[in-house]
Ligand binder design. Sequence first.
Ligand code: IMP
Length: 215
Amino acid sequence: MNKILVATTNPGKLKEISEMLDFDIEWKSLADFPNVKEVKEDGETFDENARKKALGYAKQTGLWTLADDSGLVIDALDGAPGVMSARFSKQSRDSNGAGENRTLLDHKNMTKVLKLLENVPPEKRTARFVCCLCLASPEKVLIETQGKLEGVIAENQAGSSGFGYDPIFFVPALNKTVAQLSSEEKNGISHRGNAIRKLAPILQKLIKNQKRSPV
Ligand code: IMP
């Protein structure tokens, strides 16, 4: 059976990924490798960060590794907060917000976005959540996919589910913010869900070919 490491310590992310990629795979997380050195997310783009994490952890563990990087891109802010999404209200590249009070940080990040967009009219508040996934072996990148969710930044927060910028991310087709969706509804349309759905058939083929001609 193939073993794949998911470059996360978040059990929720591991569960979501392993359930959506329901093949003959033994899934591992960083919690199974307490001695690995943290790979910093200091790239300029989501792709770069995902690639850096996947290769970095694959090299350290010898396992195929799946890593993701995601965030919010707002057109009126020239793509910000982008790769700084987790720490937008702090603007410090050496912190990813880990260890801080997440809810408080999410709240400060959203307040900053709403303030910056204060005088921006509805038609110019377009935005998207982006997720880049990378699967790498210790030697090379094997698969890269990207998923998006298009929306508009609301003028106020609404809803209480989800995390991060969900309460201010309005999806016009559903007439709701992402924080007003159930987790199933969110997974069905989300950037992460879309990136995983794109990766699934490619990974399945890769595993099938590997079985035919093992390396
Ligand atoms: P990560 O790549 O999953 O660590 O996400 C980085 C940051 O992007 C998070 O801390 C959130 O601020 C934001 N973000 C990513 N995905 C979502 C989402 O699905 N909803 C709301 N915010 C998100």
